[in-house]
Write a protein that binds this ligand. Structure first.
Ligand code: PBG
Length: 329
């Protein structure tokens, strides 16, 4: 409701001073709101820049302490692990996903051993870092099989939980996987392991730099439109979220972030569940390269992150999370 009239009412009055602007702020960000994705790579003592993502690196497991220490200094609650899998270890069925010596499993064990419960660990459940065709599941005549893929995802989830993963994050968009994963986790004694479902994940060009970072870009056959969502749709996102909540999701993700603020808002308004936003690699690269080239000033980062909060996100996955204290102060 709008009340009052000019000249009695002048909204600029409250905007005049910085202290006054602070008093009437409607949204705030703190370190508690952020999750950092971390890329892992084979080998020893390596830290390798991701070409398409300024200031983002791939770490060998033995160098993880560097980035985890940085995350703790920035007081963020959780990190998400993603592997750059050696192409030689990839095959049609992504069997490396079930190897307990894979990069993600090693990474979880390293962090849990060294940091105990000081920081949460979230892991993607999907096969794309492990398949020779770059798809999130099993491929048959260019179609990603649903139920057959879920059988593998269940095993991947239980394995990650066994390693110590705190939050299982299915990012594959198969129908019905959340319920089946929940059931398998419970059956194996992991009823307190959380599920963060990538419930509304769109088939997006914004994932380009990520696919570069995990080495699936050149391999990807076709696109992911037969399982990830169509960017023309919003109501469908609510159906996806409703199903995942019924199946046992503790939290849901909307991904990408900025082009889908309307979806975040709609999910927040329709369901009483924490909604997370993923500011994906393409969003990050566009902003970071824009700043680097002097096209735009760096306050754009804070402005963008705040938009997720305004839309209703509880937390934000972002590649800026390891520098967040400085950004929000
Ligand atoms: C894999 C996955 C993707 C991202 C997170 N998990 C890429 C994809 O679905 O192709 C993208 C993250 C980013 O772009 O930052 N299922």
């Amino acid at each position: 409701m709008i009340t009052g009239n000019y000249p009695n009412l002048r909204l600029r009055r409250s905007r005049k001073n910085n202290w006054s602007r602070k008093l009437i702020e409607e949204n705030t960000l703190s370190s508690n709101d952020f999750i950092l994705p971390i890329f892992l790579i084979d080998g020893k003592n390596k830290k390798q820049e991701v070409n398409s993502m300024p200031d983002v690196y791939r770490y060998t497991v033995d160098r993880l302490d560097e980035i985890i220490d940085k995350s703790l200094k920035n007081k963020i609650p959780m990190v998400a692990l993603f592997p750059y899998t050696n192409p030689k270890k990839k095959n049609k069925i992504g069997s490396e996903a079930l190897n307990e010596e894979n990069l993600v499993c090693k990474g979880i064990r390293y962090i849990k051993k060294r940091y105990k419960n000081k920081i949460g660990i979230m892991c993607d459940v999907a096969l794309d870092p492990y398949t020779s065709h770059g798809h999130d599941g099993l491929l048959k005549s260019n179609y990603v099989l649903n139920d057959e893929t879920i059988e593998i995802l269940i095993k991947q989830s239980v394995l990650q939980a066994e390693m110590g993963c705190d939050v299982i994050a299915p990012s594959d968009m198969m129908d019905g996987r959340v319920g089946k994963i929940r059931k398998a986790l419970d059956k194996n004694g992991f009823h307190l392991v959380q599920i963060l479902s990538y419930a509304a994940k769109y088939a997006s060009s914004y994932y380009g730099p990520f696919r570069d970072a995990v080495g699936s870009k050149k391999l990807l056959v076709g696109d992911k439109k037969n399982y990830q969502m169509d960017y023309r749709n919003r109501s469908e996102a609510l159906r996806e979220v409703a199903l995942d909540i019924k199946e046992g999701a503790d939290m849901v993700m909307v991904k990408p972030g900025l082009p889908y603020l309307d979806v975040i808002k709609a999910v927040k308004e329709n369901f009483k569940i924490p909604v997370f936003a993923y500011q994906v690699s393409g969003e990050y690269s566009l902003i970071s390269n824009g700043i680097k080239k002097g096209i735009i000033n760096k306050e754009i980062i804070l402005e963008t992150l705040m938009s997720f909060k305004r839309a209703g996100a509880s937390a934000i996955v972002t590649y800026y999370a390891d520098r967040i204290k400085k950004i929000i102060s």
